[in-house]
Design a protein around this ligand. Structure first.
Ligand SMILES: NC(=O)c1ccc[n+]([C@@H]2O[C@H](COP(=O)([O-])OP(=O)(O)OC[C@H]3O[C@@H](n4cnc5c(N)ncnc54)[C@H](O)[C@@H]3O)[C@@H](O)[C@H]2O)c1
Length: 325
């Protein structure tokens, strides 16, 4: 028997707190060298401006293994009323290969990415961080702020999106949902000035975040650029950062946010301070002073999907949710 879980089923058992925990556990396992996670495999649907990515992983400590197939089509919401990111996850039993579950991975992708941003902020942002600046107000704009609220006492968010209607919708929805003050602003700069934590989560191919807006003690989570063509951070940001942390060096080096500054000679591979897993596992220190400027560059890892999906599977089994096939 294989358990089938729809998006509704997944939503009924998984919340942001659970996603943050699952992702943090996955990073710890990674830091301790107890995972297997080969490089992602891509198919490019160039004429449709989309990609398909296959992401397998095995987390030895949990004995959880599986594969996520995820597509990214930035034009989806406007063209088809579909999310930009759509995913399915298959979990297999490592002992015998049996498929344990097939589940929607779209909601898991949204939440585990918020969980990753939150985990980065937990170890790298100032503990007294109160104000967040969110740029890009789609699925990730929501998930990232929800994640931050799990790890810091966020009282206010300044938010910006190139689509003015998205700003208004987001401000109404998220202030109701999180009970915090949300100020929709009309420029990138206004979303960054005076905040403690900046999150960029757009599909932009042009850098928009400038070093001159980044102040002492800030933490930046750069989430949106997850392929070579995408880039949110100007090289001037990278130059200003004291502690540059990535989720996975091999992946981070090829995405636009780091690949371009490296090609320009602004930084080298040796300037990457750590993978987040090393910090979560206690091998390296996270933030060490209130003045440090920290950056977490997240590209998305299969262990986040498999770890979160495994938690969803266990909760669904406990509660009798889903359909056995
Ligand atoms: N790092 C990861 O693990 C990870 C995981 C999931 C998604 N992503 C990436 O995050 C990005 C956002 O994903 P999503 O699911 O939230 O997409 P989405 O379509 O739901 O939201 C994107 C939002 O960004 C806005 N936007 C687009 N270009 C902009 C720009 N130049 N400046 C400001 N706002 C802009 C859009 O109007 C939209 O509101 C994508 O690039 C996606 O591939 C990364």
């Amino acid at each position: 028997m294989t358990l089938y879980l729809t998006q509704k089923d997944v939503e009924s058992v998984l919340d942001m707190k659970g996603a943050v925990e699952a992702v943090e556990d996955g990073f710890r396992e990674m830091g301790l060298g107890r995972i297997e996670m080969p490089a992602r495999v891509y198919l490019h649907f160039e004429k449709y401006d989309g990609v398909l990515i296959a992401m397998p992983a095995y987390i030895l400590g949990l004995d959880a293994a599986g594969l996520k197939v995820v597509t990214v089509h930035p034009g989806n919401p406007e063209k088809y009323g579909l999310p930009a990111v759509i995913a399915t996850i298959i979990l297999n039993d490592p002992r015998n290969g049996k498929p344990l579950a097939i589940m929607d991975g779209t909601y898991i992708t949204a939440l585990r990415t918020g969980g990753a941003g939150a985990c980065g902020a937990k170890y790298l942002s100032r503990k007294d961080s109160r104000v967040a600046g969110i740029i890009g107000l789609g699925v990730q704009g929501r998930s990232q702020l929800m994640g931050l609220c799990e790890v810091r006492d966020i009282e206010k968010a300044k938010v910006f999106d190139i689509a003015p209607a998205a700003r208004r919708r987001y401000a109404e929805e998220m202030s109701r949902k999180l009970g915090i003050d949300i100020e929709a602003v009309d420029s990138y700069e206004a979303a960054v000035r005076g905040v403690d934590i900046v999150v960029t989560c757009t599909p932009s191919q042009e850098p928009f975040l400038k070093g001159e807006w980044i102040e002492e003690g800030m933490h930046i989570s750069a989430i949106g650029a997850d392929t070579a063509a995408k880039r949110e951070l100007d090289s001037s940001v990278i130059r200003k950062v004291d502690k540059l942390v990535v989720d996975f060096i091999d992946q981070a080096l090829v995405v636009g946010d780091l690949a371009v500054p490296i090609s320009e000679g602004v930084i080298g591979r040796e300037d990457i301070y750590a993978e987040l897993g090393e910090i979560v596992a206690g091998k390296k220190k996270g933030r060490e002073s209130d003045e440090e400027i920290t950056l977490f560059k997240a590209t998305g890892l299969a262990i986040q999907d498999v770890g979160t999906a495994f938690k969803v599977y266990q909760l669904a089994k406990e509660r009798g949710i889903g359909r056995e096939l």
